[in-house]
Design a binder for this molecule. Sequence first.
Ligand code: ATP
Ligand code: MG
Length: 503
Amino acid sequence: MKKLSPQNLIKDFSASVGKFKKSYIRQEVGRVVFSGDGVVRIEGLQHCKYGELLEIDGCHRAIAFNIEENIIGAIVLGEPEAVSNGSLCHATGEIVTVPVGNELLGRVVDPLGNPLDGLKAVKASAHRPIESPAPQIIDRSKVNQPLQTGIMAIDSMIPIGKGQRELILGDRHTGKTSLAIDTILNQKGKDVICVYVSIGQKAASISSIMHLLMEQGAMEYTTIVCSTASDSAPIQYIAPYAGCAIAEEFMYKGKDVLIVYDDLTKHAIAYRAMSLLLKRPSGREAYPGDVFYIHSRLLERTAKLNKELGSGSMTALPILETISNNLSLIPTNVISITDGQIFLETELFNAGVRPAINVGLSVSRVGSSAQIKAMKKVSGKLRLDLSQYRELAIFAQFGSDLDDYTKKILDYGVRTIEMLKQPVHSPLDVAKQVCLLYVTTKGMLVDIEVHRLSTFKKEFLHYLDSSHAEILQTINSQGDLDFEASLKLDEAVKRFLEFYFEK
Ligand code: ATP
Ligand code: MG
């Protein structure tokens, strides 16, 4: 046997180095010099790039976030406490990816693609980087197809098109999440894939959303990307980008996708926490100077692609929470990025106007060109009528002597508002919305007391379903309410009202 001496050991070592010399790759190794609150500082990685994925001790992952002269600031994905000072670290040359594809439908995953629904790991056929450039202008086509939300007030006055970004904003508890979830429910059978991204929500709320989607059969076409309030700031920060990557894969495959970011206020707060820990200079409201960019680069990835790229689309509904209806830094930023906003108000919500949409402050900058003809016909004057009503209603509070014209407008307005109310999680088919708006805008409801309108609505829809399904079919197939169909609808309404008043 060979003697175990230092000389022999050195000989063996040089022989083995000789053997592996050709395949030996030189790699930079850094060392963690500070670790705390999900943030690490690393020395020795001279060639690391911004946004690069780093591996710490071979098992933890981090993203390079601050590139300074001799030190890298990085955010740790996963358990931040697991990384300690002195840990070794190397740059992988890649950026974070998530599993994408059909395997994700019906699943609840974290922003790294790990399952949270108690089922097996996602066996995805492909992965996609969470950050990717937005489609160029030349890659895009016009937004000209409607994305029906099923909510009458939105589809009639603030219509959303496929490929549009429409912000939902309002104070706490004003029905923001409900609007987005109802829109997901309404996509059933419409060949639209949905991605719901939760950022910093309570785990209990996400669980109830998941159960609701399952009960209504909407999970089949939906993926939930979930980061809860108890997750670290970096995980909350990457959640919308991960959700966007999942949606993007479907969009580039030619599908229509709807993505909900619930909510971007918490996303900005997570980003602020990370930036402050990394000692970046802070600006207005303690946000770092580039806070606009985190939302603009995310929302720019929303698009309607042109024919050459498969005509897929991604429609985004970002949600923001305001405080006392105040438009602070983040809402003003996101309003300027999106193509319109739906403003929800606590006063309206408490007054029983639900969904609590303030029509005067809400706009859709591109969606109206995507509305179906029938809807355009019945909703053309609605906005104007309602604003006229609101103006007169304020003056009418002061005096009792009202002329007939004012009374007529007030009677009509109050009925219109009543008809636009809609209970939660009961989206309406567009043809039914058209019929309801038709009877409203034609002034056919003036003889019905306001408090009876909600039952009237239910009974009328039931009557249409059972006795005049052909009218609904015509509207759905042609997308128009032509002269013949409107005559039929007139006749149907007349008969129904006769029967209704007889009762
Ligand atoms: P948060 O700020 O907590 O996220 P939110 O603005 O997302 O709240 P939701 O959670 O959607 O609001 O709704 C708050 C409550 O209002 C829920 O209990 C919901 O059932 C109720 N609600 C929402 N929309 C309607 C509606 N159209 N009709 C009746 N109730 C509604
Ligand atoms: Mg909510």
